[in-house]
Design a protein around this ligand. Structure first.
Ligand SMILES: Nc1nc2c(c(=O)[nH]1)N[C@H]1C(S)=C(S)[C@@H](COP(=O)(O)O)O[C@H]1N2
Ligand SMILES: [Mo]
Length: 363
């Protein structure tokens, strides 16, 4: 086991913004993020809750148990040999993305102050999760697939592996991977090597790194990160937690990345650029910009053709005279989901997707 700092120094770009040093959490500066569709491994954001385990890339195995006829295990080496290899481009986004903006609206305590750079896109490679599920005699009572990690996370005086679950009828399982490569390289330790789940379109927390076990269950996981964290609660009272929805699909969102917030702008041609993303089986349909508090909207261009589980970058070429402007940006997806005017505040600051309002000063 290594401390995430030393792994970080060896593996990551010097421009990464560290949100927390230990355990390591870091993202690429927002204005650099949209320079490329795929983030190199050295610039992919990192969200860790505990240790970064050191695991053998061949002999490490996952156990598969619960509501199946026979529990079994398979090593990463066997997964590589016995199951097909496929590649899939997917964006991972943390539930805490844009939390700082939600905090500005109403305070959030004790959570990492993520800006809008808590996401990245990579080409993941590995075995289709479906290929592994087909090898299991799953009992009819099984409704959820639970995962647990080899890492160690401390919460409330207990030490345990990070975990979570997805419903077995989740359509995005068809696109999910047991990933062991990332952008053509062996999956780096910081990103869950030797083996992680990648579940496109679903909140990043379900893409479990350093996968240790899979379990079939009638209920969602009882792991802290399914039952307590990653729920949309209004307070930290147990009753509030109990009732609150568990996070699942990513919400529809659009973010401005360029120009940087305080950047001086000269009158004339100005380019706004950013990203849009949505969740589940939806695709981004359009990104729009308004300069009159949402009365009129003009359409921005999508740079990347929208794909399931992936972000699309957008751009708008504007002609602006000198003056102060409030610019609103919103995305709409193919299911007609659109960003709300106001944040849906919650005590942990998850899934912030209110329309961004950007002050532009042109002189
Ligand atoms: N084992 C384990 N898996 C994990 C986490 C973790 O802390 N431990 N963090 C989760 C969260 S909250 C996110 S957003 C993604 C981040 O993946 P990345 O670090 O590769 O960007 O991993 C998820 N999987
Ligand atoms: Mo996350």
């Amino acid at each position: 086991m290594r401390d995430s700092q030393s792994v970080f120094a060896a593996a990551k770009s010097a421009t990464m913004q560290v949100v927390q040093a230990e355990p390591l959490n870091a993202g690429t500066p927002l204005d650099e993020l949209v320079d490329a569709y795929i983030q190199p491994n050295s610039q992919f954001f990192v969200r860790t809750h505990g240790t970064v385990p050191t695991l053998d890339p061949e002999t490490t195995s996952i156990t598969i148990h619960g509501l199946i006829d026979e529990p079994w295990s398979i090593s990463v080496g066997e997964i590589k040999q016995q199951l097909p290899y496929v590649e899939q481009v997917a964006t991972l986004q943390c539930a805490g993305n844009r939390r700082q903006e939600m905090h500005a609206y109403k305070a959030i305590y004790g959570e990492l102050p993520w800006g809008a750079n808590g996401l990245s896109t990579a080409t993941w490679g590995g075995a289709p999760l479906r290929a592994l599920l087909e090898r299991c005699a799953i009992q009819p009572a099984a409704k959820h697939l639970l995962g647990v990690s080899y890492d160690q996370v401390e919460r409330h005086g207990q030490s345990f592996g990070f975990g979570g679950s997805i419903p077995l009828d989740e359509p995005m399982i068809e696109h999910a991977l047991l990933a062991y490569t990332m952008n053509g390289e062996a999956l780096p330790a910081l990103h869950g090597g030797p083996l992680r789940l990648v579940i496109p379109g679903i909140v990043g927390a379900r893409s479990i790194k350093w996968l240790r076990s899979l379990e079939f269950s009638a209920e969602p996981s009882h792991n802290y990160f399914q039952r307590r964290a990653y729920r949309l609660a209004q307070s930290n009272e147990p009753e509030a937690w109990h009732e609150a929805p568990m996070l699942h699909e990513l919400p529809v969102n659009a973010v401005v990345c360029q120009p940087a917030p305080e950047q001086a702008l000269a009158a004339g041609a100005i380019t706004l650029a950013g990203y849009a993303i949505t969740g589940g089986q939806a695709l981004i349909e359009r990104v729009e910009i308004s300069f009159d508090q949402g009365q009129h909207w003009q359409t921005a261009s999508l740079i990347d053709e929208p794909k399931l589980g992936c972000w699309s970058r957008w751009q708008a070429e504007l002609e602006l005279a000198a003056g102060d402007y409030e610019c609103w940006v919103r995305a709409t997806d193919t299911l007609g989901q659109q960003q709300p005017d106001q944040p849906a505040w919650n005590v942990k600051g998850y899934h912030h997707n209110a329309i961004q309002r950007l002050d532009l000063s042109v002189c």
